[in-house]
Ligand binder design. Structure first.
Ligand code: GLN
Length: 485
């Protein structure tokens, strides 16, 4: 008997193709696991009955040539799924059922995958701990008291806890890589324009990217291959030649030049993160790569620039939730009163904070001082990377400045919460691809991640480096089972 839920995506695909298991068996196993794992609060909406029906349909008429044959997958609740509730973790969308499908999810269904349901996330993907969700926080399968990271916290816990063989998240400032790092899984944020944003609930449109979250690098490469397509429905989608990421995956990284940016050695960084980084440096050297000290001089301005650009775009994107067209509505005395009541009851505190910051930095008189300035800083950050890539092929950094923190630890201190994104946001500002891989544990056994940042459209290269490192690191996640019924 195959232990279905502990299989990697690649193993499951092979077992289905070899007819050792059926899609129905696989689907039912993950559903059973989800039923036993309610304490994690991973799911916002379950689509289990439909999933079983789709699995049976697949088994009756299998297409083994597809890339995800009969594989059940749960996705972050930021992706619009036709006829399945899509909330973005918000009260204001708590009754929203899209009439259309996001391109990236459609790409997965086209390759034979089956939707299991929608996974919890921070409200409108704003957060680093999954504590801003209207549907309650997600627990980490590593430890009851830990946050899973955010905003793709439900996705991270679901992969680490084996509730889904793989998933997709979105990353605006770190929301794939940071939760991946906190839960001991792999997460890839692709180059801006690589995955279509069509049908993804918008947060900050010039930063948002969808990407895979997986148990290992190979699975991650395979899903990236499926979801990354040129899409005329997204005006920022880019028509470049995409690689067969999984087929071309190699651990041969001999001669690659890997940059180590000195600015990522931030004040107060725990020694265990320093040590982890050093271990990573040793590993790539053992693989025959060369490390080179580099400088990304504007790194310390990335976070303040991000927390102007992202809220500015969010305030504009979220103007559409006015209680008129769709979503939650509170009746008012008149139109303005209805807007005010709907938005103050429909949005949570963090979202309201971002709308206020965003509206402020875009208002006349402050636009030049804040928004325009932040855009200039963004360009300088991009220039730093361009300079570095004249000398190196990729950059290696820690994924986060610490391991996962405790639930409630940072909820009353937004700035300390924002600081968690210090290593991930520069990558979004520059539109580059970045991958987080599990690389070790802190003294309490909590996972720690390393990030590899690539040149634009060079996903294959960072996947290869991650693949080579993964082999050396041989990471074993210390999942407890406190949550299993
Ligand atoms: N934690 C960051 C924020 O709150 C990033 C979120 C994201 O990438 N969606 O904005």
């Amino acid at each position: 008997m195959i232990d279905i839920i502990s299989q990697s995506l690649t193993q499951l695909i092979n077992n289905i193709k070899d007819k050792k298991v059926s899609s129905e068996e696989v689907t039912k196993s993950f559903i059973q696991r989800a039923e036993k794992s309610k304490k994690l609060n991973c799911y916002i909406a379950e689509d289990f009955e439909n999933a079983i029906n789709k699995a049976k349909k697949f088994d009756n008429k299998p297409n083994y040539d597809s890339k995800l044959p009969g594989i059940p997958i749960a996705v972050k609740d930021l992706f619009c799924t036709k006829n399945v509730k899509t909330t973005a973790g918000s009260k204001i969308l708590s009754n929203f059922v899209p009439t259309y499908e996001s391109t990236v999810t459609q790409n997965m269904w086209n390759e034979g995958a089956i939707l299991l349901g929608k996974l919890n996330c921070d409200e409108f993907a704003m957060g680093s701990s999954n504590e801003t969700s209207f549907f309650g926080n997600v627990q980490s399968p590593i430890d009851k008291n830990l946050v899973p990271g955010g905003s793709s916290g439900g996705s991270a816990s679901a992969v680490a806890g084996q509730l889904t063989p793989i998933t997709i998240g979105t990353d605006t400032g770190g929301s794939i890589r940071q939760p991946a790092s906190f839960t001991g899984i792999v997460g890839l944020k692709p180059t801006y324009g690589s995955c279509s944003r069509y049908g993804i609930v918008a947060f900050a449109s010039s930063l948002d990217q969808a990407g895979p979250m997986a148990q290992n690098v190979k699975d991650c490469a395979l899903l990236q291959e499926v979801i990354s397509t040129y899409d005329p429905k997204d005006s920022t989608s880019i028509d470049f030649k995409r690689s067969h990421y999984s087929k071309k995956l190699t651990n041969n990284i001999k001669g690659k030049k890997i940059g180590i940016p000195k600015e990522y050695r931030v004040d107060g960084m725990p020694k265990e993160i320093e040590d982890l980084w050093q271990k990573g440096i040793n590993h790539v050297k053992e693989c025959g790569a060369e490390t080179i000290d580099i400088s990304l001089p504007h790194t310390s301005y990335a976070l303040p620039a991000y927390y102007i650009v992202a809220p500015a775009e969010a305030s504009s994107n979220l103007a559409r939730y006015d209680g008129v067209k769709y979503g939650f509505r509170v009746k008012g005395e008149n139109l303005i009163d209805m807007y005010e009541k709907t938005r103050s009851e429909g949005f949570g505190a963090e979202v309201q904070r971002r709308i206020m910051i965003g509206t402020y930095v875009l208002s006349s008189g402050y636009y030049d001082a804040y928004y325009l300035k932040a855009q200039k800083v963004r360009k300088l950050i991009k220039n730093d990377f361009d300079e570095a890539y004249k000398k190196v092929d990729a950059i290696l950094t820690p994924s986060t400045p610490s391991s996962a923190f405790k639930i409630g630890e940072k909820t009353n201190d937004p700035v300390s919460m924002y600081l968690n994104d210090i290593f991930t946001v520069p990558v979004n500002l520059a539109g580059l691809p970045g991958i987080s891989i599990p690389a070790g544990h802190d003294s309490r056994g909590y996972p720690l991640g390393l990030q590899i940042i690539g040149k634009a459209f060079d996903e294959q290269n960072i996947l290869n480096i991650a693949f080579a490192m993964e082999e050396k690191i041989n990471f074993k996640n210390k999942i407890t089972d406190w949550w299993i019924k």
